[in-house]
Design a binder for this molecule. Structure first.
Ligand code: ZN
Length: 489
């Protein structure tokens, strides 16, 4: 008689080990788990055929356990007859998972042995013990999760940063001490954003200067945006409840506390930069497309007269012809752009630069700019006043000094004004860009040469709203009179 395949003298055992942080170590290093399990298998006469190891994950957290899945698959394939683990809590931490194991044990006749005490899943008593042990482990895991949530919440309210991860840029590892070299760079970044420079331009500059993130990576526009829009750099804690969004975390959270760590930039500057960076229209106005290599794209307007007596008015874009860069009224189907105006880009850029520098050389012009634009100071004050008033109203209704209806009526005009002013605040800050730039014509020319296209654009748009380009006079090769400047001041 041949031995049938079903009769086996020894059980093929799998050892399952899991390293987790949830038992405070407790001497449960993986080597210890495996050695104990091997000894156990030897004692009960099982043949160890495989060791499955999941590293540093908590079953309760829902993190995937790839080796655990592999083990289940191998059991279903009939390759494993028994499992050895150190404790039931290594195996599974949710009743669901435990029931799966019990189910498998039933169907496949799997035996389970634990170093901390054998459990026979084939008997009702054994299952009950397993469930109890599993429940105890689950209680421990849930309790830990609850404790962590509570600690994070407390930390958020107390103004401490949530733990974990790399140190924030601008601060030391303790997250409390300012790293001055980086703080200076942050302040510079804030100034440049307030001056309407693009994030792409700033990050390129940082890259050439070797400024890197705490992870040692070069700054890109996206990361820079998060850095400069964070309330953290103004010493404040913001909180974004994780159930309030899906996908990408919103740029701005709710500011919940004046934090216990020191500020690198003022609340005022932080608020302005946050507004500016969150402004959806900024992307096009300031960042442009990645292909923006034309200084005056969007600044120039087509000035060709139409039949109704008005001018075309479309924003002109850069487009080369025969390799010569030009600005043209676009030939875009579906629009009423006339596509009838074009101008040589190089000569136009030079002309506009000279006109702007000449204007800036005039103290009267700069004075007019300054008097018109105080960097949004008044707007800022108005916004703060309105915000305080809303808080006051909220307290009033909270303490039942006013009715809900009165509250709704009182709050509406304030909220509308706030919305308007916040939008405006994001757009003002013309003079900031000119600080350190204005000087004699020759000085400014020298500075201009060192600037990149984004910085030059910022200077131009601080001075002019738009420039109309009239149709070319066919008898003139270059005609500066075609350009009509709409000066800001
Ligand atoms: Zn046109």
């Amino acid at each position: 008689m041949t031995n049938s395949a079903g009769t086996r003298s020894t059980r093929r055992a799998a050892i399952y080990c899991r390293i987790s942080q949830d038992r405070g170590g407790a001497g449960l290093g993986v080597a210890r788990q495996e050695a104990d399990c091997r000894a156990l298998c030897a004692r009960v006469g099982w043949d160890v055929v495989a060791v499955y190891l999941d590293n540093d994950v908590s079953a309760y957290s829902g993190a995937p356990r790839p080796k655990w899945q592999e083990l289940l698959t191998d059991i279903r394939r009939g390759e494993i007859d028994a499992i050895a683990v150190w404790h039931v809590d290594r195996l599974t931490r949710s009743p669901r998972e435990l029931e799966d194991v019990i189910d498998l044990a039933d169907r496949q006749g799997i035996e389970l042995a634990t170093v901390s005490g054998e459990i026979d899943l084939a008997t009702p008593t054994g299952r009950m013990v397993a469930r109890m042990l599993g429940a105890a482990a689950r209680h421990e895991a849930e309790h830990k999760a609850e404790r962590q949530t509570r600690q994070r919440r407390q930390a958020a309210e107390a103004g401490r940063i949530a733990g974990g991860g790399k140190r924030p840029f601008g601060y030391e590892d303790d997250r409390l001490t300012i790293r001055e070299s980086e703080a200076e760079v942050i302040r510079e970044g804030v100034r440049r954003v307030l001056a309407n420079e693009s994030l792409a331009s700033i990050s390129r500059d940082w890259h050439t200067r070797g400024i890197v993130s705490p992870a040692g990576k070069p700054w890109k526009a996206h990361g820079l945006r998060r850095l400069l829009a964070s309330a953290r750099i103004s010493g404040r804690r913001e909180h974004t409840p994780s159930d309030s969004w899906e996908g990408t975390r919103p740029l701005l959270g709710e500011i919940v506390a004046d934090a216990v760590w020191p500020a690198i930039v003022s609340h005022e500057d932080s608020d302005r930069v946050r507004r500016i960076l969150a402004d959806p229209t900024r992307r096009e106005r300031v960042e442009g497309t990645t292909r923006r290599s034309y200084l005056l794209s969007g600044v120039l307007r087509c000035g060709k007269p139409r039949e109704d007596g008005k001018t075309c008015g479309w924003r002109m874009n850069g487009r080369p012809r025969s390799g010569v860069p030009r600005y043209v009224c676009p030939n875009t189907p579906g629009t009423d752009a006339c596509a009838g105006t074009a101008t040589n880009a190089e000569r136009t850029d030079g002309h506009v630069r000279d006109m702007v520098l000449a204007a800036l050389e005039s103290p009267a012009f700069v004075e007019r700019l300054r008097s018109q634009d105080n960097g949004g100071r008044e707007l800022y004050d108005e916004i703060r006043t309105d915000e305080e008033e809303l808080e006051e109203l909220a307290r009033d209704i909270g303490e039942r000094r006013i009715s809900r209806k009165e509250w709704m009526i009182a709050r509406q005009p304030i909220e509308e004004r706030l919305e308007r002013n916040r939008g405006k605040l994001a757009k003002v800050s013309r003079v900031a860009v000119l600080l350190g730039f204005v000087g004699t014509f020759e000085d400014m020319q020298a500075r201009w040469k060192r600037m990149n296209i984004s910085q030059r654009r910022a200077i131009i748009t601080a001075c002019v709203r738009s420039i109309e380009v009239r149709p070319a006079n066919p008898r003139k090769r270059w005609d500066p009179d075609r350009f009509v400047f709409d000066w800001v001041a």
